[in-house]
Design a protein around this ligand. Structure first.
Ligand SMILES: [Zn+2]
Length: 70
């Protein structure tokens, strides 16, 4: 028998699994490619409720931007 609660619990576990399996996600930091602002996030929470956005609604990146050379 499948209940809504059981389905939700499965999804929750899946999200936690994804968050743990990706090295960039474990770091829990995202960057905006436009303004270079960094932000600490809970990856599992982001996968559940939506990824953080910054300038002009751009999805923030889990890849740290390369430092600008002088
Ligand atoms: Zn920004």
């Amino acid at each position: 028998m499948t209940t809504i609660a059981a389905t939700f619990a499965r999804h929750q576990a899946l999200h936690d699994e994804i968050a743990k399996s990706h090295p960039s996600l474990i770091r829990g930091m995202v960057w905006c490619r436009h303004c270079n602002k960094s932000r600490r996030v809970d990856p599992a929470e982001c996968l559940r409720s939506g990824w953080p956005k910054c300038c002009k609604g751009t999805t923030m990146s889990i890849e740290k931007p390369a430092p600008v050379k002088p």
